[in-house]
Design a protein. Structure first.
Length: 103
């Protein structure tokens, strides 16, 4: 089984062909194809290739399935004895992609 570790949106993801993952929001529309060229590690069977920091010429191709937002996270700040409390909600946007190929 072939897998790779890619970097996008300041985070690293371990991906394999056919896998669906949610990553930080990309500006492309649903149905578009995306190429990730920041490949940190690639494994094909027993052969492991490690980049310093990236592997030159390595590309992971993906297809955007949908754009969305995660569930709401409540941020609550409270300080006792001072009548201080703040309640705030946050929904992080994401892009769901399906990995097509690892080259």
């Amino acid at each position: 089984m072939t897998f790779a570790i890619i970097e996008t949106g300041g985070k690293q993801y371990k991906v394999a062909s056919g896998q669906k993952i949610k990553i930080e929001k990309l500006e492309n529309a649903a149905g578009d194809s995306v190429k990730f060229d920041k490949v940190l590690l690639r494994e094909e069977g027993e052969a492991v290739e490690i980049g310093t920091p990236h592997i030159p010429g390595a590309v992971v191709e993906a297809k955007i399935i949908k754009q969305g937002r995660h569930d709401k996270v409540i941020v609550f700040k409270y300080s006792s004895k001072t009548r201080y409390k703040k309640k705030k909600g946050h929904r992080q946007p994401f892009t769901e992609v399906e990995i097509v190929s690892i080259n």
